[in-house]
Design a protein around this ligand. Structure first.
Ligand code: SAH
Length: 215
């Protein structure tokens, strides 16, 4: 008989060791991580590894990010309840769920329709209600701008101008910038219309493809 996996215990251990253990303190972030079932966002054959300290394949050459990476990006964004957030790269929908759990109003763009559809179903099943848009996220989503927070979960050659334009005053954009294989995590804060950049260490994301990304 197959052994049943205690996902709740794995989730608590993941938060304690991978997230808190590496210095994440934001209460909104920690409690969201304790509540979102990550095992629902990975393919069936990957469920045993859902709480491992690494990214996992989700099909179409894409990945669900390592838990710590999702945590650090979310902490840098400083999300509060009701904040309007634009996410580029829905992927599995896990980061989307974390933002919804915090109480943000989330718009998330994904360029691969099959991934968008699957994420939508998972999120709906768990009771989250973000707006998932299929399209090129490098151009943002003008209709609902400006955004308090923009989180880009794919690696960009540079910060897309459209995204900076759609960011609110005092808003934050979190984005990995570099080449196709490795990037630096950047937080940009918009002050008097200009973007002030901070650098938060090396990372590795799949490429951000699109008009203002990789061609
Ligand atoms: N936050 C996701 C990360 C998925 S990987 C998760 O944890 O599951 C990054 C995703 O960005 C991929 O699904 C990829 O298809 C998508 N992507 C790449 N370029 C994009 C673009 N221009 N617009 C929207 N999505 C894009």
């Amino acid at each position: 008989m197959e052994e049943k996996i205690d996902f709740e215990r794995l989730r608590k251990e993941m938060v304690r060791h991978q997230i808190q253990g590496r210095g994440i303190t934001n209460e909104n972030v920690l409690s969201a991580f304790l509540r979102v079932p990550r095992e629902e966002f990975v393919p069936l054959e990957m469920k045993n590894f859902a709480y491992d300290d690494c990214p996992l394949p989700i099909g179409f050459g894409q990945t669900i990010s390592q838990p710590y990476m999702v945590a650090i990006m979310t902490e840098l964004a400083e999300p509060e309840k009701k904040d309007k957030v634009l996410e580029i790269g829905t992927g599995s929908g896990y980061q989307t769920a974390i933002l919804c759990e915090i109480g943000c109003v989330v718009y998330s763009i994904e360029r691969i329709p099959e991934l968008a559809e699957r994420a939508k179903q998972t999120l709906e099943k768990l009771g989250y209600d973000p707006e998932i848009i299929i399209g090129d996220g490098t151009l943002g989503y003008q209709e609902n701008s400006p955004y308090k927070i923009i989180i880009v979960t794919a690696g960009a050659p540079e910060i897309p101008k459209s995204l900076v334009e759609q960011l609110d005053e005092n808003g934050r954009i979190i984005i990995p910038v570099g080449d196709m294989f490795s990037q630096e995590l950047i937080r940009g804060i918009k002050r008097k219309g200009k973007l002030i950049r901070e650098f938060h260490g090396g990372c590795q994301f799949v490429p951000l493809m699109g008009k203002e990304g990789w061609k």
